[in-house]
Design a protein around this ligand. Structure first.
Ligand SMILES: Cc1ncc(COP(=O)(O)O)c(C=O)c1O
Length: 369
């Protein structure tokens, strides 16, 4: 039996009728771009997050890029973020012309070490961009305290944290503007690409709507320079069906995570740390071991496929060497990148598949002891 780190086919079989009828509804409606489905989904997703406005865009990378543009981030500016993230967090900053500035991460949560932010602030710093990686929120009280003190914007990257909580507040609701992705693997994912920006600011909402639509408010007339980045009706329609299940998706993810905790508690794997003040949504179940590569190889031989998010910190990639970082600059980020890997976890993973994963892991860990 092959077990993948992520697989949508079982979920699709269960939801097939719903998904196909969502697609059919759009195709039969005569309206494909920026219609009622996008409006409804923007309304429902922003309400789910406890935020006033949602603006659907083409993907999560565009969501970050356009949110930064809406904040007025430009070439001379610096944006403080982490190197332990998906490439798009950083590529979106670079696309605005601004410079990403990295702080290290905490060794327990793998999230932004907020105690390092203040010393990285310069005259050019305009924004802090925390990434709620793996499904858990950054310490947002501290991020917002620093931002207020230094008059900086805050943009949350919520691509991996749909429905995660920090002190009772939903991810995405604790900053000036936030960005998310509905890429298929995400907690709320569509069958293709999609993204959204959410904000409580009417001004940023209006600006975002122009930026995603050639800089126009009405067809054929640009008020400012803009782009084309729209969530389309098909994906909005699918997401409207899927958002009804979001709480049960998260519940099942948490159940699987707790089961993993229990099944692996006697091993020398370092298991995920869930901070007390939040609710981890377990986008990924990330474990750590110094002999990670050997474990992954052995799992693969037994047809269990795991993933590494992420094997290369952004500051060590050739694309970003011009930023001037060198190995050793972010020691915790670099250390964990060599040791972490994610076990299969998605709502349709069965308990027996999970047990198979942990049985095999026990065997391998005993072997290499
Ligand atoms: C943390 C993070 N930010 C941004 C993105 C970008 O999203 P997308 O792939 O929809 O462009 C992703 C997803 O890949 C992500 O994981």
């Amino acid at each position: 039996m092959s077990i993948k780190v992520w697989d949508y086919l079982i979920e699709y079989a269960e939801e097939k009728k719903e998904i196909l009828s969502a697609i059919e509804e759009v195709l039969d409606s005569g309206w494909l771009i920026l219609g009622q489905k996008v409006k409804d989904f923007e309304e429902q997703y922003s309400r789910f997050c406890g935020v006033k406005y949602g603006i659907g865009v083409a993907n999560g990378t565009d969501a970050i890029f356009l949110a930064l543009k809406a904040l007025g981030i430009k070439a001379e500016d610096e944006v403080i973020t982490v190197s332990n993230t998906a490439i798009p967090t950083v590529s979106a900053i670079v696309s605005t012309g601004a410079t990403p500035v990295f702080v290290d991460v905490n060794e327990d949560t793998y999230l932004m070490d907020v105690s390092q932010i203040e010393r990285m602030i310069s005259r050019r710093t305009k924004c802090i961009l925390p990434v709620h990686l793996f499904g858990q929120c950054v310490d947002m009280d501290e991020v917002n305290r620093i931002a207020e003190k230094h008059n900086l914007f805050v943009l949350e990257d919520c691509a991996q944290s749909h429905g995660a909580l920090y002190k009772g507040q939903k991810s995405g609701s604790m900053s000036d503007i936030s960005a998310t992705s509905f890429y298929p693997t995400k907690i709320l994912g569509t069958y293709g690409d999609g993204g959204m920006v959410i904000t409580n600011s009417e001004e940023l909402n209006k600006k975002m709507r122009r930026l995603r639509f050639y800089g126009a408010e009405k067809t054929y007339y640009a008020i400012e320079h803009g782009y084309n980045s729209r969530l389309d009706e098909l994906h909005a329609s699918i997401l409207l069906r899927k958002i009804k299940h979001i709480d049960s998706y998260i519940e099942r993810r948490r159940q699987l995570a707790f089961q993993y905790n229990d099944l692996l508690k006697d091993t020398d794997l370092i298991l995920p740390y869930e901070a007390e003040q939040g609710r981890h949504a377990y986008y990924l179940y990330v474990v750590r071991h110094p002999r990670r590569d050997l474990i992954i190889e052995e799992l693969k031989k037994r047809d269990i496929l795991v993933n590494i998010s992420y094997p290369w910190p952004i500051h060590t990639m050739s694309a970003y060497s011009y930023l001037g970082y060198k190995t050793g600059d972010l020691p915790v980020t670099e250390k964990v990148a060599n040791q972490i890997f994610s076990l299969p976890l998605y709502p349709s993973l069965s308990d027996s598949e999970q047990k198979e994963v942990t049985d095999v892991l026990h065997e391998i860990l005993k072997q290499i002891d």
